[in-house]
Ligand binder design. Sequence first.
Ligand code: 13P
Ligand code: SF4
Length: 319
Amino acid sequence: PAEDEARIEEIKRLLEANNAVLVAHYYTDDAIQQLAEETGGCVADSLEMARFGARHPADTLVVAGVRFMGETAKILSPEKRVLMPTLEATCSLDVGCPADEFSAFCDQHPDRTVVVYANTSAAVKARADWVVTSSIAVEVIEHLQARGEKILWAPDKHLGGYIQKQTGADMLLWDGACIVHEEFKAKGVEDLKGLYPDAAVLVHPESPSSVVELADVAGSTSQLIKAAKELPNEELIVATDRGIFFKMQQAVPEKTLFEAPTAGNGATCRSCAHCPWMAMNALDNLAGALREGTGEIQVGDELRRAALKPLTRMLEFNA
Ligand code: 13P
Ligand code: SF4
């Protein structure tokens, strides 16, 4: 629509005028992903977003995604201004792991190395020894296990259970879940496989174990797009937020992509396979943030320094 075109032009002008760069997650709207790409920003998984923001010379990072992504950017680049289209965009994993309760849990298990998923608040990260994203979680836990360490893992129980199965590590799991991925159903994926027996199944490991067990490839959003390209299969069943289809279909225009079925149907399931918080990012509030300087992420100095340690470990581990 013409309004969108005008907004897009405005955002392009504002990015340039503010020496700003747009860092977007694969689950945001197609128009935002496209804009990030066209303007020299990036569209990426959460680890790549963190790396890109930390290395980019811009004065302002505009992070289109959910709050932990903006906070991570600010912790890694305190000298940059970090803006988000909205500060309301949270994540069920972050909400389900309040810092005070988490800290008490850690206190009860002082013999365990604390590893937290990136989908957490700065305060939870500050209590951790390591931060990981889904793209390197298995490798980091393998490394810690080889050193004989026992793990306390938070917050995603499905991802934690998956890592535990892959590595055999001793892991105590926090009881958290992603409301989007938890909706995928093994029965639905099996039925779809019945219709398309040659299809490969791609699954984000935030999904329940019964679904991950059916996967040909389990991995982060970037890893799933890479797998879509590398697998010989012409048909792919994909169990992750449907925002990923924009870049995935561009990567494999000749292949047929199917959304993995969720619990409900269109009538009963409002948020199936699309994160309601990612969906809060729009062209309008993105332009507004740049125009008015709203949605700025602030992280206090002491908290920032504490959260930086486990985040730096993550970035250096994968270097
Ligand atoms: P990725 O690191 O795979 O992009 O995952 C982030 C996320 O929030 C998935 O739900
Ligand atoms: Fe959080 Fe799930 Fe949304 Fe990712 S898709 S941001 S894990 S609620």
